[in-house]
Design a protein around this ligand. Structure first.
Ligand SMILES: Nc1ncnc2c1ncn2[C@@H]1O[C@H](COP(=O)(O)OP(=O)(O)OP(=O)(O)O)[C@@H](O)[C@H]1O
Ligand SMILES: [Zn+2]
Length: 812
């Protein structure tokens, strides 16, 4: 992200307007008419194609253009194939109502019924051919996306190479599209006829009474309400309607108001702190950026416990003072009551978005946000699309977190999108973290982002001492997962009434089930990955697709009955911990124990209250938690993520160890960290043990430079999947040749690798191949793929699909 060449606001990106008046290409007769945006222009690296989104309002309004054009047209896109855009004629009766960002119904192909599409643009133009079709119906009275969000959609569609219709569906939750939790209510109001006293006087008494009540009320009423105040049955009211004395007005309303504030009573208090010098300095840099009225990116690099949240809050207070609002993105797993509470206690009107909302709640919050009453939206990556009318600031907390990248189409990164949105609105984007992503760090080095440092903890608390335990040293090892030094430290901490956090980034009990006699590994038939044994319920589960069987008591291959459970998951660790420290109250936090809504809160408040002595779990315990009595953090195996075939493996390891280490030493009693590892000399682990981000970043940047990996270059990945291995590979091969041709025609500098089987060779019953593309110029990369995949059709009978992943976050 943040590479110059792709910055949406840069002028050199720019003949990108949705310029009306561009010649229409010949449309396929059955599919409406191809829109300008789809007009076939041979791609040219220096003049990106017309469909590229432009985030700024640069196009003159349609009526200022070419007077010879004579029809009102709308560009419509669809979330299902064919995606469009196609041009439709806007009937005169709809001309004043249709605006980009609304949904419409239009005829498409030979379909019997009109289908739903999104309007991306209205314009004046020439009907391309006589049979050009008309918009059938407009579905929204107000656009669901304002002009700026429509531009964001078009930009995302271009950059991530995903159909605009799909991007719209991502921006606007289905609960909003379906009006979840609302119903239509019919209101009555007097018609002009009711002004005629003589006419009214001629009505039967009951009807007259009812009508006079309605007139006196001076506001629309439902017939129910009217019958109550007028003390009559529905009969007279129905008569009034029939005779035309009252008119009907249908409105959509929320069924029941959903409570907007919850868990305010979690026993915590939130006071405005007197800022430390670091915080005050950071805040003034952020408010300076806010007051500059410019789009700027600020990277707030503050060590764990440096009080970044307080800086966000006071910056948002500044924004709110000017009648504007802010969006705060947090990783889904840090949407804890603690985070929520911090914001809810400090602002009047907060909307917290999370994955466990009902559709009605989601819709309700969306409407609240759009109405302008919400000051702060807090939520995971999708909150970047919150329809705030006066957005003044976007904050991304833990900006390095992998959950900001969506792993289904459109595969967007919330940081990249937030950047695009902020720059187009000329507002600052604040990225906060103790462990900046290499992308953001590089941006500060090249001047595209400003660096703000908070190098010390609140109250000048020292960073915790980190001790590395080399698991290769036999004397320290035990039969279990906990080494001798870690065991001693846990015992000491418990004796002193301190609390302990243990991190193991693998859920389940045993991570492989293998037969010692024949070597057979129990694997998922659909994914070819080893199944993980889960003790509760005696299940073997595929962690990629959730395929579940009863754990086999003997080897399915050779019937040997001594099948072995190898590898270590959080369940097994829990058993070991309970055996070693029988007096301690232990809680486990992983996605298996945290399935039910509210389970997070339950465990964390028990931990806060001191009812739990030892908390163990996966990475969900590594972030954001702020508990002063945690005196020891243990990392069971720091190498877990280190040996992944991924250029980000070291970065992830550094982040995880640093973040979890940061959970201790946050109170007056200090704290220490024990990290168990087989590679204590690894630079990522060394740097994490010294809390030295810059040391890590420097070494890592040199590694990335060798191969032009991001952030020094751009990467894209194309995954091809299909049911028949040979067919899938053949299609991957033909895609490769198209990519090579496209690259050579464009003269683009792009390295293409593959097709090769990725680490996960089979997923949900489909074979997989991938192609990796690399370039120092994101534009070259994007254009090459766009050109190669344009008109690339795969026969239905082959049953092969491909997905494009721009800036992929994993290579699995
Ligand atoms: N100026 C201050 N004076 C006293 N306490 C403060 C101040 N600012 C923040 N705190 C407290 O310090 C603790 C740490 O703050 P916070 O959780 O914001 O840190 P952080 O930088 O986000 O850390 P992490 O990256 O580990 O999540 C919190 O309990 C917070 O209430
Ligand atoms: Zn599977």
């Amino acid at each position: 992200m943040l590479t110059d060449s792709t910055s949406p606001h840069l002028p050199n990106d720019s003949p990108l307007t949705m310029s009306p008046g561009f010649p229409n290409s010949d449309p396929p007769p059955d599919f409406g008419s191809h829109s300008d945006q789809a007009a076939d222009k041979s791609s040219n690296l220096n003049a990106p194609s017309q469909q590229q989104g432009e985030l700024f309002e640069t196009a003159p309004p349609p009526w200022e253009l070419a007077a010879q054009d004579d029809v009102a047209l709308a560009s419509i896109v669809f979330s299902e194939a064919p995606h469009g855009p196609y041009d439709y004629r806007i009937p005169d009766s709809m001309r004043d109502d249709l605006v980009a960002g609304m949904r419409v119904k239009v005829p498409l192909g030979r379909r019997k019924k009109p289908i739903i599409g999104w309007c991306t643009e209205t314009k004046q133009g020439k009907a391309a051919h006589r049979s050009m079709r008309d918009i059938a119906e407009i579905l929204d009275t107000e656009p669901l996306c304002d002009a700026a969000l429509v531009r964001l959609v078009l930009w995302m569609s271009h950059y991530y190479q995903a159909p605009a219709g799909q991007v719209f569906d991502t921006l606007i939750p289905s609960s909003v599209r379906a009006n979840a939790g609302t119903r239509e209510k019919t209101y009555l109001l007097p018609s002009p006829m009711a002004k005629d006293d003589e006419l009214v006087g001629s009505l039967p008494t009951k009807q007259q009474t009812a009508l006079r009540f309605l007139i006196a009320a001076g506001r629309p009423m439902t017939s129910q309400q009217l019958s109550v105040v007028a003390e009559c049955t529905q009969g007279p009211i129905t008569q009034l309607r029939k005779k035309g004395f009252v008119q009907e007005n249908v409105r959509r309303e929320m069924n029941t108001p959903t409570s907007t504030r919850w868990q305010v009573d979690d026993g915590e208090v939130e006071v405005a702190h007197t800022l430390t010098d670091d915080q005050a300095q950071a805040l003034s840099q952020v408010t300076g950026a806010l007051d500059s009225g410019k789009g700027r990116t600020l990277l707030l690099h503050g060590v764990t416990g440096s009080g970044k949240t307080e800086v966000y809050i006071q910056a948002i207070e500044h924004v709110v003072k000017f009648g504007r609002g802010a969006i705060v993105l947090v990783p889904e797993i840090s949407l804890t009551p603690q985070t929520r509470g911090r914001f809810e206690r400090r602002f009047q009107s907060v909307a917290v978005l999370h994955s466990q909302m009902t559709p009605a709640e989601r819709h309700f919050q969306w409407q609240r946000i759009r109405s302008g009453e919400v000051q702060v939206v807090v939520g995971p990556r999708s909150a970047v699309f919150a329809p705030m009318p006066h957005l003044g600031l976007i904050v991304i907390d833990e900006e390095h977190d992998g959950s900001f990248k969506q792993d289904t189409q459109p595969r967007y990164h919330a940081r990249r999108v937030a950047y695009a949105r902020a720059m187009s609105l000329n507002i600052p984007l604040v990225l906060g973290t103790a462990t900046p992503s290499m992308e953001s760090w590089h941006a500060t080095a090249t001047g595209r982002a400003e660096l703000i440092k908070m190098p010390s903890r609140v109250g000048n608390r020292p960073m915790p001492d980190v001790q590395l335990v080399d698991l290769r040293v036999r004397d320290d090892r035990t039969a279990g997962a906990i080494s001798r030094p870690l065991h001693t430290a846990v015992q000491q901490t418990l004796n002193e009434n301190g609390q302990v956090i243990l991190l193991l980034n693998r859920r389940g009990f045993a991570t492989t089930i293998q037969c010692p006699a024949c070597g057979y590994v129990v694997a998922c038939p659909d994914c070819d990955m080893p199944l993980t044994h889960h003790r509760d319920g005696g299940k073997a589960v595929c962690h990629y697709c959730d395929y579940t069987i009863a754990t086999p008591p003997w080897c399915p291959a050779c019937r040997f009955d001594g099948i072995r459970y190898g590898g270590l998951g959080t369940q097994k660790l829990e058993v070991e911990v309970k055996a070693r420290f029988p007096d301690a109250v232990v809680a486990r936090m992983d996605s298996d124990t945290m399935r039910r809504p509210g389970s997070h809160q339950k465990v964390l408040s028990a931990f806060r209250a001191g009812k739990v002595n030892l908390l163990l779990g996966t990475q969900m315990i590594a972030k954001g938690l702020d508990f002063p009595n945690v005196l020891l953090v243990g990392v069971i195996n720091a190498d877990g993520a280190l040996h992944f075939p991924d250029f980000r493996a070291a970065e992830r390891t550094f982040q995880l160890v640093t973040q979890v280490a940061g959970r201790t030493g946050r109170g007056d009693r200090g704290g220490r960290v024990i990290v168990q590892t087989y590679s204590p000399e690894h630079p990522a682990i060394q740097a994490a043990s010294r809390h030295d981000y810059e040391l890590f970043a420097k070494g890592e940047m040199i590694n990335r430079m060798k191969f032009n990996y991001p952030p020094l270059g751009s990467v894209a990945r194309i995954i091809i999947r299909g049911v028949i291995e040979e067919v899938t590979e053949a299609i991957a091969d033909s895609l490769l040749s198209r990519l090579e041709v496209a690259r050579d025609t464009l003269g683009a500098e792009v390295r293409i690798l593959g097709p090769a089987p990725p680490p996960i060779t089979k997923l949900r019953g489909k074979y997989r191949f991938h192609l990796l593309l690399q370039s120092v110029d994101a534009n070259h990369l994007g254009e090459t793929i766009r050109r190669a995949t344009k008109d690339f059709k795969i026969a239905d009978k082959d049953d092969v699909q491909y997905v494009i992943d721009i800036d992929p976050m994993d290579m699995l």
